[in-house]
Design a protein around this ligand. Structure first.
Ligand SMILES: Nc1nc2c(ncn2[C@@H]2O[C@H](COP(=O)(O)OP(=O)(O)OP(=O)(O)O)[C@@H](O)[C@H]2O)c(=O)[nH]1
Ligand SMILES: [Mg+2]
Length: 352
C-alpha cells in the first residue's frame, strides 16, 4: 500500500530539517517505518545535515538530484513501500524571502508527490514576517497544518497565533527544543474541549493582540498555561476586554465566565453584571485575589457586603474561578510532563 507522504515547507531557518528528523523519530516510536528525503538542493550542506540526523536516529535518508527535484521525490515516494518504508518525510529548500523559482519548485514537488500532509514550519519566535510569508505559502500550497518550531523560546505564541488566525490552518505539531525528541503533537480540538465553557482563551488572546500590546497578551497566555492565573489577572482581563468591543461575545471568551455569560442578558444588563464581578473582585484583599482558597465563609460575607452583592453572587464567582484553575492546572501539568494527550495519532495523518 502506498506510503503516507509528508512535505515540510517554510522560510529559511524556520526549523524544517530539524522537524523532519523529529517527526521521523516520533512516528517510528508509534511503530511506523519512515524514510527521510532530502530535497533541499540549493544549500549543499542541507543534505549533509539531514543525512547526519538520519544517521543519529538510524533512519534512512535519500537525496534527490538537483536537476530533477520533483521527479526524484515522486520516484522515491513511489519506491518506498518496496523498501519497507510506510511513511515518507520530505525536507525542502528554505527561502529567505518568498522567491518565485523556489516557490515554483516546491509547488512542483507537491504536485508530483501529492502529499497527505503539507506542513508549513513556522518559527514561533518570528514576528510579522512569519505571518506574511505564511499567507503567501498558503496561497500557493495546499497546506494541511502548521508546525510551530522553537516554541520553547521566550516569544512563544505571538506570531503563531496570528499565523493560525490568518491562514485558518491548524497547528499540528510543536517543536520544543533542539533535541530530536523535542516535538509534541498539538491537539487543539481536545484542548478546546477541555476549556469549553471555560472560555476561548486563544480567541481572546488573538483579539487582545489587536487591541492590547503583544507583550501583555503573551504574558497572559503564558500565565494562563502555567496555571498561575489569579483574580488580579482576571480583573486585568476584564479591563482589557472592556476596550475590545461588544460585551456579550467577549464575556463568553473569558475563562470562567462562559457559564455566567450564558445566563446573561445582552447589553446594559451585561454591563451591570460585569460591574458586579468587578465590584466583587475589588472587595477582595490582595491576599485573597492571589490565593482564592483563602476565601472562607466569613470572608465571603465581608466581600458581599463590601461589594453590594450577595453571598451567593460571591460563591458563584469563586466557584467558577476555582473550577477554571483546576482545569488549567491539569492542562499545565500535562503539557509539562509531556503527557499532553498521548495520542493514538495525528489528526488527519492517515494511519498514524
Ligand atoms: N530551540 C529550538 N531550536 C530549534 C527548534 N527547531 C529547530 N531549531 C533550531 O533552529 C535552527 C534551524 O533549524 P533547521 O532545521 O536547520 O531549519 P531549516 O528550516 O531546515 O533551515 P534551512 O534549511 O536553512 O531553510 C537549528 O539551529 C535548529 O537546531 C526547536 O523546536 N527549538
Ligand atoms: Mg533545512
Amino acid at each position: 500500500r502506498p506510503p503516507t507522504v509528508i512535505v515540510l515547507a517554510g522560510l529559511q531557518g524556520s526549523g524544517k530539517t530539524t522537524t523532519a528528523a523529529k517527526l521521523a523519530n516520533l512516528l517510528r516510536k508509534q511503530g511506523r517505518h519512515p524514510l527521510l528525503v532530502a530535497a533541499d538542493v540549493h544549500r549543499p550542506a542541507a543534505i549533509d545535515q539531514l543525512v547526519a540526523l538520519g544517521k543519529q536516529l538510524g533512519i534512512p535518508v535519500r537525496a534527490v538530484d538537483a536537476k530533477r527535484v520533483a521527479a526524484d521525490v515522486a520516484a522515491l515516494a513511489a519506491g518506498a513501500s518496496a523498501e519497507g518504508r510506510d511513511t515518507v518525510i520530505i525536507d525542502t529548500a528554505g527561502r529567505l524571502h518568498i522567491d518565485e523559482p523556489m516557490m515554483t519548485e516546491i509547488s512542483e514537488v507537491v504536485a508530483a508527490v501529492k502529499p497527505h500532509e503539507t506542513l508549513l514550519v513556522v518559527d514561533a519566535m518570528a514576528g510579522q514576517d512569519a505571518v506574511e510569508s505564511a499567507t503567501v505559502f498558503h496561497s500557493r500550497l495546499p497546506l494541511t497544518g502548521l508546525v510551530l518550531a522553537k516554541a520553547d523560546g521566550d516569544a512563544r505564541g505571538g506570531a503563531s497565533l496570528s499565523v493560525r488566525a490568518v491562514t485558518g490552518v491548524p497547528v499540528k505539531l510543536i517543536g520544543t527544543g533542539e533535541k530530536l525528541d523535542a516535538i509534541e503533537v498539538f491537539h487543539p480540538d481536545r484542548l478546546a474541549q477541555r476549556i469549553l465553557g471555560m472560555g476561548d482563551i486563544l480567541t481572546l488572546v488573538e483579539r487582545a493582540q489587536e487591541h492590547v500590546d503583544q507583550k501583555t497578551a503573551e504574558a497572559q497566555a503564558k500565565k494562563f498555561l502555567d496555571a498561575q492565573f489569579t483574580f488580579d489577572d482576571f480583573y486585568g482581563q476584564l479591563q482589557q476586554v472592556k476596550k475590545m468591543g461588544p460585551l456579550g461575545d467577549l464575556l463568553k471568551m473569558i475563562p470562567g465566565l462562559g457559564g455566567i455569560a450564558k445566563q446573561l442578558p445582552e447589553g446594559p444588563e451585561a454591563e451591570r453584571e460585569m460591574r458586579k464581578i468587578e465590584a466583587i473582585i475589588s472587595s477582595m484583599t490582595k491576599a485573597e485575589r492571589a490565593d482564592p482558597t483563602l476565601i472562607n465563609g466569613a470572608r465571603r460575607r465581608r466581600i458581599a457586603a463590601g461589594s453590594g452583592t450577595t453571598v451567593s453572587d460571591v460563591n458563584q464567582l469563586v466557584k467558577q474561578f476555582a473550577e477554571m484553575r483546576k482545569l488549567m492546572k491539569q492542562m499545565g501539568s500535562m503539557a509539562k510532563s509531556g503527557r499532553l494527550p498521548r495520542l493514538p495519532g495525528m489528526p488527519g495523518l492517515p494511519g498514524m
